[in-house]
Design a protein around this ligand. Structure first.
Ligand code: SAH
Ligand code: DHB
Ligand code: MG
Length: 229
C-alpha cells in the first residue's frame, strides 16, 4: 500500500460530496448522534449511501429489507429512495442502536415507512417469513458477517424473483483473499461469495470499493426465478 493512498481516497470522496451535494442536515445529524451515542463508525459512507439509493431507484424498489440498522444512516438513504409508498423493514440486534436509529428516522420524517425490529436477525427473519408480507424488492445485508450465508438464504425466501440483494463489506481491506484466514468475518464473507456463485452466476457481481471507509466491496446479485409480467 502506497503511503498517502488512503488520504487520496478520502479526498476523492470529499470532492465527490462537493460536486454531487453534501449530506443534508438530517443525514449529517444522524451520523452526529451515532458518534455522540458511542456507536461504532460502521455506517456506509455518503458515496455508498447514494449508490444504494440509486440502485433502489433503478429497480423502483418498494419493499426493502435491511439486515443491520446501526444508527439508521443507510436506512434513511434506502427509505428516501423508495418514496412515500415504500416500506422498509430493518433488523437490529442491539436495542441501543435500534433506539438511536428510531430517533434518527423520526427526525428524518421517515418513521411511518420504516419498521425497526429488535432482535438477532436469525430469529427475526423467520418471524417476517411467517407474516406473509409482500416479497421484498431489495435487500441490504450489513450485519454480523459470520451469518452472511444464512442472511442470503433468507433473502432468497423473502425476496421476489428479480429482486436485488446487496451484501456490504465483502472485501475487508483485501482480507477476503486469504483462504486460511481465522477472522470470522472473512470466513463468513468467503462462504457467502461461494454460496452466491451457485445461485445465479450471470446475475452476480462483486465490486471492490475505495473511499472514506478504506478498501472494501459490495456483492450484488439478482434473485433468480420467473420474473413477473
Ligand atoms: N447498515 C448500517 C450499518 C450497520 S453496522 C449503515 O450502513 O448505516 C452493523 C449492525 O448490525 C450493528 O448495528 C450491529 O449491532 C448489527 N448486528 C450485529 N449482529 C446482528 C445480528 N445477529 N442481528 C441483527 N443485527 C446485528
Ligand atoms: C464494520 C461493520 C460494517 O458493516 C462496516 O460497514 C464497517 C465495519 C465492523 O464491524 O467493523
Ligand atoms: Mg457495512
Amino acid at each position: 500500500m502506497i503511503d498517502g493512498q488512503k488520504e487520496v481516497w478520502r479526498n476523492v470522496d470529499a470532492y465527490l460530496e462537493e460536486v454531487l451535494g453534501e449530506d443534508d442536515p438530517i443525514l449529517a445529524d444522524a451520523l452526529y448522534l451515532a458518534r455522540q451515542e458511542g456507536l461504532p463508525p460502521a455506517s456506509v459512507s455518503p458515496a455508498q449511501g447514494r449508490f444504494l439509493a440509486t440502485l433502489v431507484q433503478m429497480i423502483k424498489a418498494r419493499y426493502i429489507l435491511e439486515v443491520g440498522t446501526l444508527a439508521g444512516y443507510s436506512t434513511i438513504h434506502l427509505a428516501r429512495a423508495t418514496g412515500p409508498e415504500g416500506e422498509v423493514v430493518t433488523l437490529e440486534y442491539d436495542s441501543h442502536h435500534a433506539h438511536v436509529a428510531q430517533v434518527n428516522l423520526e427526525r428524518a420524517g421517515l418513521a411511518d415507512r420504516v419498521e425497526v425490529r429488535i432482535g438477532a436477525a436469525a430469529e427475526t427473519l423467520p418471524v417476517i417469513y411467517e407474516e406473509l408480507r409482500p416479497k421484498f424488492d431489495f435487500v441490504f445485508i450489513d450485519a454480523d458477517k459470520t451469518n452472511n450465508t444464512l442472511y442470503v438464504e433468507w433473502a432468497l425466501k423473502l425476496a421476489r424473483p428479480g429482486a436485488v440483494v446487496v451484501i456490504d463489506n465483502v472485501v475487508r481491506n483485501g482480507g477476503v483473499v486469504d483462504a486460511h484466514s481465522t477472522d470470522p468475518s472473512v470466513i463468513g464473507s468467503r462462504a457467502a461469495l461461494e454460496f452466491i456463485a451457485d445461485i445465479n452466476p450471470p446475475a452476480a457481481a462483486v465490486l471492490q470499493t475505495v473511499g472514506a471507509k478504506g478498501h472494501d466491496g459490495f456483492a450484488i446479485f439478482v434473485v433468480p426465478g420467473d420474473l413477473p409480467g
